[in-house]
Design a protein around this ligand. Structure first.
Ligand SMILES: Cc1cc2nc3c(=O)[nH]c(=O)nc-3n(C[C@H](O)[C@H](O)[C@H](O)COP(=O)(O)O)c2cc1C
Ligand code: SF4
Length: 459
């Protein structure tokens, strides 16, 4: 096992990286991450067989490229785990009567709390993303690719633009790419930091210069997407997996991980662990192996009480689920979501009332306000939690709080409403005594002090 600490600026917590370069845990997407010149085309080509997969794909029929991705059984790394090859297959084809303008959009919004993987690819391995976007663009015969970036990623935009220019200069982007007669370019677009703009249809509105609010579906983006044209939206990590798939072949990629949950993914480990950071690992490894063997276990010497397994929207796990294999299907069967791969670790000293208030405050703040159940419901959940946290909880509050998620879940335009409910339901189900203690004793069972003073006026 080799461990490489990478740069520790500007944010040591986020940018600490543990790389595992053995053949057991192949690094397909984070190769070279942390080496400052890794983003250059020359390094990517010389060290990592860069653009070989692109050359191979452009000699294949577009449908055969999609078939290779289907054979890999790659599932989207943006949250829902939707099968990538199938999604590409939804894009309409040209007909003798109609030539279709198709777009590819790379979702680089990365707003889910606990998630910090896409930025590492964008910063250290942009050519791998660009190569994946060229292959995907060819497979779907797109005219243009867009990289939609979270507004706060200002520090990496220049590097990304420079990498795109290198690809253009080398003939991988632009007119008549590699003599195929196919014209295709990739443009970047920066959002303004709203979490909802990570939702694919809100992202498309934002990309078009409109207010970033989710659209009514159907129509789905594959029929009516960016600028009214058929569009596929994929996550950064999903697209970064495409070049390795073409290079090694879909079937070989599918042997990594477990059946139906193939390949490697990047886990972001944060919170009370000794070695927080990014870990690229095959799907299906047990959570406690990631927490303890790789993450070094608790950073405080206290027992780990809870882990949110897949970004803040994923229902929380308590210790009885720490043995859960980390793949989409098993995490779902245990009542949570593998989501974006962001694992948030909380030790025994964490006040679960406080933690839930913090999460719920986020969703209430980020709700776009279009749907009443989400707009009002998230605020109500926050207000109730706020008074429980601040010693003004009432005996009936827990039942009142528990009555809200069923009125929000599945009753909204987009999944943000559901995302806000998952934490509330699971925290109440697994840590109810802490909430009862707060109400009864007006203090914290875990001994924590109040947070968020002044966010809301006390009820
Ligand atoms: C509120 C909300 C925020 C989201 N944020 C992101 C995000 O930051 N990045 C992302 O890739 N997907 C995000 N998604 C999921 C996207 O809507 C979409 O499913 C995803 O980009 C598809 O890519 P994939 O198929 O490669 O996973 C979000 C969804 C919701 C409901
Ligand atoms: S669920 Fe919430 S964020 Fe999504 S569209 Fe409705 S109000 Fe907006």
């Amino acid at each position: 096992m080799t461990m490489a600490a990478i740069r520790t600026k500007p944010d040591p917590q986020i940018y600490t990286f543990e790389g595992f370069g053995s053949s057991r845990y192949p690094n397909l997407m984070l190769r070279g991450a942390g080496e400052l010149d890794n983003w250059r085309l020359q390094v990517y080509t010389r060290k990592w067989e860069g653009y070989e997969a692109c050359r191979k794909a452009l000699k294949m029929e577009p449908a055969a490229v999609t078939a290779e991705v289907k054979a890999s059984d790659l599932r989207g790394r943006g949250g829902a785990g939707f099968r990538t090859g199938m999604k590409w297959g939804f894009m309409p084809k040209d007909t003798p009567e109609r030539k279709v303008t198709r777009y590819l959009v790379c979702n680089g919004d990365e707003g889910e709390p606990g998630t910090f993987k896409d930025r590492a690819i964008l910063e250290y391995n942009p050519h791998q993303l660009i190569e994946g976007m060229i292959i995907a663009g060819w497979a779907m015969q797109c005219r243009t690719g867009f990289i939609y970036l979270r507004g706060e990623f200002s520090w990496l935009i220049d590097k990304l633009e420079a990498a795109l220019q290198e690809a253009r200069d080398a003939g991988y982007l632009g007119k008549d790419i590699l003599g195929t007669g196919w014209d295709y370019d990739i443009l970047t677009y920066r959002g303004a930091g709203a979490y909802i703009c990570g939702e694919e249809t809100a992202l498309l509105n934002s990309l078009e210069g409109r207010r970033g609010e989710p659209r009514v579906k159907p129509p789905f983006p594959a029929s009516v997407g960016a600028f009214g044209q058929p569009t596929t939206v994929n996550n950064v990590e999903t697209l970064a997996a495409v070049a390795p798939i073409l290079r090694m072949g879909g079937a070989a990629y599918a042997e990594l991980g477990t059946p139906g949950n193939t390949g490697t993914r990047i886990y972001g480990l944060s919170g009370h662990v000794k070695r927080p950071g990014l870990y690229e690992l095959p799907l299906g490894l047990p959570m406690d192996f990631i927490l303890n063997d790789l993450g070094g276990g608790s950073s405080t010497g206290r027992k780990i009480k809870a882990v949110i397994p897949g970004g803040s929207s994923a229902p929380v796990f308590d210790a009885k689920d720490f043995d859960c294999p980390m793949d989409f299907d098993t995490v779902k069967a245990r009542g949570s979501m593998a989501g974006s791969g962001g694992m948030i670790v909380m030790d025994e000293s964490t006040c679960m009332v406080q933690a839930l208030l913090r999460l719920t405050h986020f969703y209430a703040h980020e709700s776009c306000g279009q749907c009443t159940p989400c707009r009002e419901g998230c605020n109500w959940m926050e207000m109730i939690l706020h008074r429980i946290e601040h010693g003004q909880g009432r005996p009936a509050d827990l039942d009142l709080l528990a009555s809200l998620p069923p009125r929000i879940n599945m009753r909204t335009l987009c999944p943000l409403g559901d995302a806000a409910c998952g934490p509330v339901e699971s925290f109440l189900q697994k840590f109810r005594p802490e909430f009862e203690y707060h109400i009864e004793h007006k203090s914290c069972m875990a001994g924590a002090k109040s947070i968020l003073p002044g966010v809301l006026a006390p009820a």
